[in-house]
Design a protein around this ligand. Sequence first.
Ligand code: GLV
Length: 314
Amino acid sequence: MVNRPSFSKILISDTRGDEIAAYLRARRPDLICRVRAADTLTAPDRVWADALIGFTVPVGLEGSSIRWVHSTGAGVDALLRPHRWPVGVTLTRTTGELGARIAEYCLAHALALAQRIHMFQRDQTKRRWAPVEPATLRGSTAVIVGAGSVGSAIAARFGALGCVTLGISRHGRPRSPFDRVHAVEDLAAVVPAARWVILAAPLTRDTRGLVGAKVLSRCRAAFLINVARGGLLDTAALLVALKTGTLAGAALDVFEEEPLPADSPLWRAPGVLVTPHIAGVTHVAEAGEAFLEALAHLEAGEPVPLAVDPARGY
Ligand code: GLV
């Protein structure tokens, strides 16, 4: 007889913990959900739970009874960072419709720039009539760092508007819907063609600081959009690139430290638009659905499509 794992005691540590618990209870009344904030969590909670739902791990997993962690987000770097991931603990994540939402964020910024919306807004405040023909996205090149579900959703939408889409992945294997995919080693060689450089890769040991002086100095008046993690981008190199003009501007939704500290030079850097990590918010139903889908696979003793390889980091 196959020994199938069972998970019934679910510890939820997320800002929307109560809503996630209600979602799960309505669909699986057999699950016992315990909602705890990082500061209300007690030592017995970690030896009570079979599974944990959250975006960061509020407890040490070693020595706990937790055998499965489900991330309410797509990026699991905050879950993995403080831990040596214990052998035998499954890690899964939520992707939901994140790619579609993030892609709209990227398109909005690219279109606003191409249509010179900010410039016309400034002109309007001065009652200034100064026609400049908008650019089109058609024919421009988007370099998208990360060819996973989010990067692919971005490529599909930029491609639909006639952009050439170049993906950057670990191995550079061709992948739909990208026009071409390059290996990460070729990033600096590829960016000179880019009007849009879009960061949509997970933060791992290999991608930390990936977009630094070497890459940014090769850009040619590109517009950078970061919807991944702040750690991918070297802030000092970004500020230099904006000053020297290798970058024409940037839309940044993610930062090394969040909330972005009040004294960060990014708040006032010319050409930088700061948004507070809103490009790809996970909805409660998405986190709940992804958890239930993974649970069904785990209970059936099947491989879980939403599983993350903790060693790889995505
Ligand atoms: C958001 O940042 C996520 O990783 O889902």
